[in-house]
Design a protein around this ligand. Structure first.
Ligand code: SD4
Length: 331
């Protein structure tokens, strides 16, 4: 198990200690006695595609946009990228060749919106946002979510790009549904779900999570990402968390809610992410076969990340820099 001490040691071995601890130190922002924040905003998001998403989020904040605008617009970048094969347009399809999308969003007022099993819409996160802002509901699914999107002016388009159609046809020859650790990332270095958390310079928090889910999944399968409390949870008084990896494990433990509850009970975001991964280890016997990663922020702007397996990384935008950091892991 790679604990935080070992994580810092390995960071030192990699020669990044001079950078990383100062980043960590600077990221451990405290609310000053006057209530003003120092060093905010902070944006954190999953995987390499987080760099571009964070940059867009930060731009929105710098232009005076709200924190919920920032998280939505941030994750729209990978959603629209046809070369990103785990989110939105160009996502790896389900077993039957359909790209089906899940997304969720939460704002600082504790409101939530989500869509699941949504087809033909490039930006499920924006549909989730409208569910949150304009309806009395939290979650819309499948054809109902699509109907709602179209009624709200979203254009339908085929999300299965020619490249992914070819890859799916190749895969479908034996339809061997055998999800493995970091499975979506092989063999073409695809990257997973984007979960993005932000805290603005007034210490207001929001989060967004969007994905095409498990490639080759059974048609109709919905993962953790649109389930409030599983793939995403934001409590503006306490902190926020989001998850990536095998959604079934996150759903069985209500992972993101658990991380935020651990923070509420006094843990740092790092400790909270570690404890949530441990919960999966303790409760889900098949955990060894899969990857899970959590990232989290607390109200003070401290962040944490932890995964089950090595290989998870996250993008951190803080103190005028936007950088990738490898997460410590249980195994
Ligand atoms: C899901 N958690 O649908 C998402 C996708 C993901 O690695 O992150 N897969 O289960």
């Amino acid at each position: 198990m790679l604990n935080r001490r070992k994580f810092l040691e390995s960071a030192a071995a990699l020669g990044i200690l001079g950078i990383l601890p100062s980043k960590i130190a600077k990221a451990n922002f405290r609310l000053s006695k006057s209530g003003n924040t120092k060093g905010l905003p902070i944006i954190i998001s999953t995987w390499n595609h987080g760099i571009a998403a964070n940059a867009e989020s930060l731009k929105i904040l710098n232009e005076g946009g709200s924190v919920v605008d920032a998280v939505e617009k941030g994750v729209m970048i990978p959603e629209a990228d046809p070369n990103n094969h785990s989110v939105g347009l160009g996502g790896f399809p389900d077993r039957d060749g359909h790209v089906t999308l899940d997304a969720s969003i939460m704002n600082s007022e504790g409101n939530a919106g989500s869509v699941c099993f949504l087809e033909n819409i490039v930006h499920p996160i924006s549909v989730a946002r409208i569910v949150m802002d304009k309806t009395p509901h939290v979650m819309l699914s499948g054809s109902g979510a699509l109907q709602f999107a179209v009624e709200n002016g979203f254009k339908q388009e085929n999300l299965l790009t020619p490249e992914m159609k070819k890859k799916w046809q190749q895969w479908a020859k034996d339809k061997n549904y055998d999800p493995k650790i970091n499975w979506e990332n092989e063999p073409n270095k695809y990257h997973d779900t984007i979960g993005l958390l932000a805290i603005d310079d007034n210490a207001q928090m929001a989060g967004a999570c969007t994905t095409s889910g498990m490639g080759g999944k059974i048609r109709g399968r919905v993962g953790d990402s649109p389930i409030i409390g599983a793939g995403l949870f934001v409590d503006n008084e306490v902190g926020s968390a989001t998850a990536t990896g095998m959604g079934e494990l996150v759903m069985k433990t209500l992972g993101s809610f658990l991380v935020v509850e651990f923070i509420r009970n006094g843990m740092s975001p790092q400790e909270a992410c570690e404890k949530a991964v441990l919960r999966i280890v303790e409760k889900v016997p098949e955990h060894k076969k899969f990857q899970i990663g959590f990232i989290a922020l607390n109200k003070k702007g401290e962040y944490g990340a932890y995964s089950l397996q090595p290989g998870f990384n996250f993008a951190l935008s803080a103190d005028g820099k936007n950088m990738m950091i490898d997460s410590p892991s249980y195994f």
